[in-house]
Structure formats: structure tokens, C-alpha cells
Write a protein of this length. Structure first.
Length: 242
């Protein structure tokens, strides 16, 4: 089993009924809703990691897109996706359970917008690189992508009380509480392509970091519009285009 397949398998037993981000002051989902209401555009949108459909339903109700592809590694039944969106949503929304990141069910040069929230934070560096390469082929020229991921420096600045959340995914946990945040951040970034969680545990976080994510976007051929919209107080959201 490849590393990417092992990362995918770590999702198989979690979030029965479909993961939804919820609303918290730390994350500022309301602020993101305001942004999406004002800035989304185009005919075809891809949402990566739709879970229980929190963002899918919000985007659908904006009545902007003719087609919305919602992909997830878990089944629509597991996520109770249509139960939340309603059967009528099938006129616009297509749900696809994926086993890789090839996106071969989408035509090349056909996407106007790509959105993903609370998903890329669970992907390793090499997995994100593979996904971005696939996305480049599927996006139209000038298509925009809005993706949230994890940066340890921003996380610790926003939630210093949750330091263990950074520590618990690292291969060397002993004495980590005693080191400086600067050194902890360095260790977290260094493990950006580390081993995935066992299928018996919830998916881990990968601390990719803003600089590494930007580099991967540019390496795949994308142009950065805004390195971090700074809507989410805890995690970066990068806006970029083909």
C-alpha cells in the first residue's frame, strides 16, 4: 500500500454522519462565509473533502454554479451527505468517493474554482504535491483555488494553550513541552511528510507551513494571489490561480 493510500485509509473509521467544521471564534467560519458569498464565481466548482456537506450546502445555496463536484475519501452514505443537502441538490451537485487524487472523472481545463477547508491539514507534503499537479490539469486558465492547510507558527500564535496538538503528531514527543516554540515549529515543519496515522486512529495533522505550501503551488505552475487571506485565525487560507 502506497503512502497516499495509507493516508486515505486513516479516514475510514472516523466522523460517522459526516464531519462538519462547526462554528468557533478561533476559526471564524462566519468570516469565510462572507468572503465566499462575495468572491465565488464561475460555472464549475470542485470541493475537496466535502464531509457532511457543511460547505457544500452553503455554496449550493449561493446559486452561482451550474455544477459542483464534491469529493471525499468516505462514502456519501457514511457522511449522510444527501440527508443533509436534500435530494434536490443532485440537480447541481455530484458526489464522488475517491481512492486517489487523479481526478480523472473531471475533464481537463474545466474547473473555474476549487475550494477546500479542513482537509489539506490532514495531507502530507508529497500528497499535497500530487494533488496540486492533478488540479493544475483540471483547472481552466485563470481558475481560482482557495485552500486551507496547517501552519504551526500561526496555530501556536492563535492557540498557545493547545500546544500538545502540535506535539502529538511528531515522532519524538519526549521533552517537547520544554523546548521553545521556535524549535517546536521547526520540528513540526520537518515532519511535514511523516508517516500517516494507523487506521485505528483519527487522521493526523501535517504541519506543512505557509512557505512550503506556497512553494508547492508555484512548483505546480500556479500563481499566488494572496498567501493568507487571514480569515481563519488559526490556519492559513491561500488564494491562488492557474
Amino acid at each position: 500500500m502506497s503512502k497516499i493510500q495509507r493516508e486515505i485509509s486513516s479516514f475510514q473509521k472516523v466522523w460517522k454522519g459526516g464531519y462538519k467544521t462547526g462554528y468557533s471564534n478561533k476559526r471564524n467560519q462566519v468570516g469565510l462565509e462572507v468572503y465566499l458569498s462575495d468572491k465565488l464565481s464561475g460555472k464549475n466548482l470542485l470541493e475537496i473533502g466535502c464531509g457532511g456537506g457543511q460547505w457544500s450546502k452553503f455554496i449550493l445555496n449561493l446559486d452561482i454554479f451550474e455544477k459542483i463536484y464534491c469529493v471525499d475519501v468516505l462514502s456519501e452514505k457514511h457522511n449522510e451527505f444527501w440527508k443533509y443537502l436534500g435530494e434536490d441538490a443532485k440537480k447541481v451537485v455530484e458526489y464522488i468517493q475517491v481512492e486517489n487524487f487523479d481526478l480523472d472523472f473531471i475533464k481537463d481545463n474545466s474547473l473555474d474554482y476549487v475550494f477546500s477547508y479542513d482537509v489539506f491539514c490532514h495531507m502530507s507534503y508529497s500528497t499535497i504535491e500530487a494533488y496540486l499537479n492533478s488540479l493544475y490539469k483540471k483547472c481552466k486558465k485563470e481558475a481560482k483555488l482557495l485552500i486551507m492547510y496547517a501552519d504551526p507558527a500561526k496555530y501556536l500564535k492563535s492557540e498557545p494553550e493547545n500546544k500538545y496538538h502540535v506535539i502529538k503528531y511528531l515522532p519524538k514527543k519526549k521533552f517537547m513541552y520544554k523546548i521553545s516554540n521556535k524549535l517546536l515549529i521547526s520540528n513540526a515543519i520537518e515532519d511535514r511528510d511523516g508517516e500517516p496515522s494507523s487506521p485505528d486512529y483519527e487522521p493526523r495533522w501535517y504541519w506543512i507551513g505557509i512557505e512550503n505550501f506556497i512553494n508547492l503551488c508555484q512548483k505546480s505552475g500556479f500563481e499566488i494571489i494572496n498567501e493568507d487571506l487571514n480569515i481563519d485565525k488559526t490556519n492559513p487560507i491561500t488564494l491562488f490561480k492557474k
